[in-house]
Structure formats: structure tokens, C-alpha cells
Design a protein around this ligand. Structure first.
Ligand SMILES: *[C@@H]1O[C@H](CO)[C@@H](O)[C@H](O)[C@H]1NC(C)=O
Ligand SMILES: *[C@@H]1O[C@H](CO)[C@@H](O)[C@H](O)[C@H]1NC(C)=O
Ligand SMILES: *[C@@H]1O[C@H](CO)[C@@H](O)[C@H](O)[C@H]1NC(C)=O
Ligand SMILES: *[C@@H]1O[C@H](CO)[C@@H](O)[C@H](O)[C@H]1NC(C)=O
Ligand SMILES: *[C@@H]1O[C@H](CO)[C@@H](O)[C@H](O)[C@H]1NC(C)=O
Ligand SMILES: *[C@@H]1O[C@H](CO)[C@@H](O)[C@H](O)[C@H]1NC(C)=O
Ligand SMILES: *[C@@H]1O[C@H](CO)[C@@H](O)[C@H](O)[C@H]1NC(C)=O
Ligand SMILES: *[C@@H]1O[C@H](CO)[C@@H](O)[C@H](O)[C@H]1NC(C)=O
Ligand SMILES: *[C@@H]1O[C@H](CO)[C@@H](O)[C@H](O)[C@H]1NC(C)=O
Length: 385
């Protein structure tokens, strides 16, 4: 562990939707989906990986990216530039993190006040590209109005997204993330806060670039919207990798008995999301005292929820991860692993409580999948019957 991932690919400057709106220039299309570079978010279990170099000069070059094929239909004409008749609506803004969190925490409106359907916010925490993007494109196809997408990626990442993509315009103002540090929590809160600004968002899923959906959109939508509880896995782990990471200096704000561990990949409802972005007290304690080998992303939210919001939580995660082999890394699936048996094991191979009933359908998402699983997954996962 501790390997430094140097695969981060810098491209031209980050999103330029603002410019697009004002200039209505033609614009070359870049591809960040289906970009087959192994840039998986590593689990934070192992030593933290320093992933990104500090971003100091984000506003550098504006040279247009080379247009790669469109992920939608793969027949994109590389000598074509597309004119912006209907540019993607950008979620970019100029708010500082502080202003953003403040704006989000005061964004109380519940369902009644928002127009249209309740939506699910899919929040992608990535380094740059989304190698499994084409799978997600298929997943979202035909369900406009029922979801929103937010992407947090390294500020240096300068690829743009085709206008036809569901990811177009969905990148939020981001900061570098150093694995195993508070910057990870910052990124999660930044995603939540951006998503909270849209009052129609009622459920919030955190996803990595190696996550896949296990069911079609309607199934996942119904499952989440029909639940009152958040799906946050949390438990008291007596081992060194659990309680061992507690720092006694956190007392009396946080005692060892309050301490919990859980998967970073959460799903929460609006009320819980509001609590998480509004918290300053416990965030500060964690920022100060939860440092290597303490990993904020595995302890901050679980501990906060355990202390104050247990009744809002199901205590289980809906993102399937294979820890069965032990060790610090979860299993990463390659193309040879992909078959119906595996997918069905993930979908129905467990038992849990859902809305008071026992069910075998406990996981809606799964990780980790290498970029090379895209093809086999596309041939096995049919989101439209
Ligand atoms: C992206 O940014 C890097 C610098 O970080 C630069 O070297 C590269 O040329 C840019 N790529 C494009 C396509 O503009
Ligand atoms: C490719 O997809 C875009 C948007 O989905 C569509 O406008 C275009 O006609 C498609 N091209 C082909 C060749 O299918
Ligand atoms: C690509 O686009 C150019 C200019 O728009 C056009 O002349 C050419 O025929 C296109 N090629 C294909 C294969 O569609
Ligand atoms: C954001 O910054 C741009 C210039 O970078 C400015 O034109 C725009 O008015 C700002 N928007 C807000 C909401 O402050
Ligand atoms: C932690 O323990 C101390 C001493 O027993 C107690 O005063 C304090 O209230 C506890 N804190 C929490 C958050 O339970
Ligand atoms: C979650 O765990 C807490 C105890 O840690 C318990 O009080 C609560 O009832 C549990 N929630 C569910 C839905 O099981
Ligand atoms: C959801 O919460 C409401 C009120 O808080 C309660 O009446 C209802 O039974 C809950 N539904 C489920 C499925 O738990
Ligand atoms: C289990 O779910 C069904 C609907 O799916 C519902 O009719 C039934 O009341 C539930 N049972 C319990 C114990 O909640
Ligand atoms: C989604 O999956 C469910 C259950 O597998 C199926 O009944 C439904 O028809 C599917 N919906 C669509 C839009 O394909």
C-alpha cells in the first residue's frame, strides 16, 4: 500500500460551460467516459494513497481536447465539431466551500416545495474519467427527471464530456483529494451540498468510478424512494482497524463508545444529508484528531450518525463489496469474473431488513470493477426489458 497512483491524466482545463453559454462557440468534444485507464478509487482501508498533486493553477491552458468517440453510439465523427444548440446546463458555481455548505444547510425544502418528481442524486467521486460511464449512460437512459448527477473529480482533470452524455455539465467545483485525509470528507460534503441545492433531490448515493448498478433504474429508484431510512453501514469494530483508530484526544466530544466504522460508500436521505453538511463541531474534531492511520472517510459519518441519528439509519450499506479474501484491499473484479452467477450473488445472495420485511435484495450497487469489465458488463446487464 501507499503506492502512489501516477495515472492521473491531466488534460485541458476543467469544465468551461460558463464560457460556452456566453460564447456559443463551437466546441470540440472530448470523451471522459469509456476511457480505459485504470484509475480506480482505491478503498481507503489500506494506507491512504496520495492521489492528486495540489492544484494551484487550474486556469491554465484552454487548448481543445482531442475528440474521441461518442460513448452513446460510438460513431462520433472525429473531424466534426458540434455547435451548441442546446448546451448542457452546468452545475458549476463560484461559491466557496463555506458559502456552499451554508447555502446547502439552509436548503430545507422538502418534497412538497419542489416541483416534479422526487429525484435521486447520483454523486460520483472520481479522480478523472469514468471508465464504466457507458454502462451508467444505459442505466440512466429514458429516466430524465428522476435523477440528477454530480461529479467530483480532480481539478486538474481537463477532459470534457460529450453533450449527448448524461454527465455533461454535471461536474461540480472540486478540490484535490488525498486519500485517507480530511480532503476525502470535504469532497463528500461538497457533493452532498451541491446536490442539496436542488430541492427535488431526496436520496443521495455516493459512487466511485469502479461502481456499477445491479438493477435497472426503476427498481433502484423505487427501492430508495420507498424507504424512510438511510443506508449507511456502520459497526463497532473492536480491532486495531476499528477502535484502534480512535484518538483519545477526541474525548469528551467523542468517546470510544461512540466510535464506529463503516463503508465510505453511503446512500442517505435528505434529512441525513442535511445533518452531514451542517455539522461543524464533529467535523472539526475529526479533522484535527483523525489522522493516519485513522481514516476520516470510514469513521466520520458512521460515528456522527451513531451519536445522533441512529433512528434514521438502516445500519447497512447497499453497495456490495467483496472483503472475503481478507487483507486491506477489497476484491477487484476483472473481465473473467463477470457472469450471471456473480451478479446474482450480489443481487440476491444476502439477507437483510427492508421496510420491516426480511428480503434477499440487499445491494443495489457493487464495486470494484476494473475498466476492462465494461464490455462483459454491457452484454450482461440489460436495463431495459
Ligand atoms: C490538460 O492539462 C495538462 C496540464 O495539466 C496539459 O499538459 C494538457 O495539454 C492538457 N490537455 C489538453 C487536451 O488540453
Ligand atoms: C448519436 O447519438 C446522438 C445523440 O444521442 C444522436 O443525435 C445521433 O444521431 C447519433 N448518431 C448515430 C449515427 O446514431
Ligand atoms: C465527418 O464530418 C465531416 C465534416 O462534418 C464530413 O465531411 C464527413 O463526411 C464526416 N465523416 C463521416 C464518416 O461521417
Ligand atoms: C462567477 O464568476 C464569473 C467570472 O468568473 C462571473 O462572471 C459571475 O458573475 C460569477 N457568478 C456569481 C454567481 O458570482
Ligand atoms: C464522554 O465521556 C465523558 C466522561 O465519562 C463524559 O463526560 C462525556 O459526556 C462523554 N461524551 C459523550 C459524547 O458521550
Ligand atoms: C441500528 O443500530 C442501532 C444500534 O446501534 C439500533 O438502535 C437501531 O435500531 C438499528 N436500526 C435498525 C433499522 O436496525
Ligand atoms: C416511514 O415513516 C412514516 C412516518 O415517519 C411511517 O408512518 C411509515 O410507516 C414509515 N414507513 C416505513 C416503510 O417504514
Ligand atoms: C412486507 O411487505 C409487504 C409488501 O411488500 C407488506 O404488505 C407487509 O405488510 C410487510 N410486512 C411487514 C411485517 O412489514
Ligand atoms: C426493471 O427490472 C424489473 C425487475 O427486474 C422489471 O420488472 C422491470 O420491467 C424493469 N424495468 C424496465 C424499465 O426495464
Amino acid at each position: 500500500m501507499g503506492a502512489i497512483d501516477k495515472h492521473v491524466q491531466p488534460f485541458s482545463r476543467p469544465f468551461t460551460m460558463r464560457d460556452l453559454v456566453s460564447h456559443a462557440l463551437t466546441f470540440l468534444i472530448g470523451l471522459s467516459l469509456g476511457f480505459l485507464i485504470s484509475l480506480q478509487l482505491n478503498s481507503s482501508f489500506p494506507g491512504p494513497l496520495v492521489v492528486f498533486q495540489a492544484a494551484s493553477n487550474l486556469v491554465s491552458s484552454t487548448s481543445p481536447p482531442v475528440p474521441p468517440p461518442s460513448p452513446r453510439n460510438g460513431t462520433f465523427n472525429s473531424s466534426t465539431s458540434i455547435s451548441l444548440k442546446e448546451e448542457c446546463q452546468s452545475v458549476m458555481h463560484n461559491m466557496s466551500d463555506q458559502e456552499l455548505l451554508l447555502a446547502a444547510s439552509s436548503r430545507v425544502p422538502r418534497l412538497q416545495e419542489s416541483s416534479g418528481h422526487p429525484k435521486i442524486a447520483f454523486m460520483f467521486l472520481t479522480r478523472g474519467p469514468l471508465p464504466l460511464g457507458p454502462l451508467w449512460e444505459k442505466f440512466f437512459e429514458g429516466h430524465q427527471g428522476f435523477y440528477t448527477i454530480y461529479v467530483h473529480s480532480d481539478p486538474h482533470y481537463n477532459r470534457t464530456v460529450p453533450q449527448t452524455s448524461v454527465f455533461c455539465g454535471r461536474r461540480i467545483p472540486s478540490q484535490p483529494v488525498y486519500w485517507g485525509t480530511a480532503t476525502m470528507i470535504d469532497a463528500e460534503r461538497r457533493l452532498l451540498a451541491n446536490a442539496l441545492l436542488d430541492p427535488s433531490n431526496q436520496r443521495f448515493v455516493l459512487l466511485s468510478d469502479s461502481c456499477i448498478p445491479l438493477f435497472n433504474f426503476t427498481t433502484i429508484y423505487d427501492y430508495l424512494i420507498t424507504s424512510n431510512l438511510s443506508f449507511l453501514g456502520l459497526y463497532d469494530d473492536p480491532r486495531k482497524v476499528g477502535r484502534g483508530r480512535y484518538n483519545p484526544q477526541m474525548s469528551p466530544m467523542i468517546n470510544i463508545t461512540n466510535w464506529r466504522k463503516g463503508s465510505q460508500w453511503f446512500e442517505m436521505h435528505r434529512e441525513m444529508a442535511l445533518h452531514v453538511v451542517s455539522d461543524q463541531t464533529y467535523y472539526s474534531v475529526f479533522k484535527q484528531y483523525c489522522q493516519r492511520p485513522c481514516y476520516n472517510d470510514e469513521h466520520y459519518i458512521p460515528t456522527l450518525v451513531n451519536m445522533f441519528y441512529v433512528e434514521l439509519n438502516s445500519n447497512r450499506s447497499i453497495t456490495w463489496i467483496d472483503w472475503s479474501r481478507g487483507g486491506p484491499h477489497p476484491r477487484k473484479h476483472g473481465p473473467a469474473d463477470i457472469n450471471h452467477e456473480l451478479l446474482n450473488k450480489m443481487r440476491y445472495g444476502s439477507e437483510c431488513i427492508y421496510n420491516g420485511n426480511t428480503t434477499s435484495m440487499c445491494f443495489l450497487f457493487a464495486r470494484k470493477f476494473s475498466p476492462s469489465t465494461l464490455k462483459p458488463l454491457l452484454s450482461l446487464l440489460h436495463f431495459h426489458s
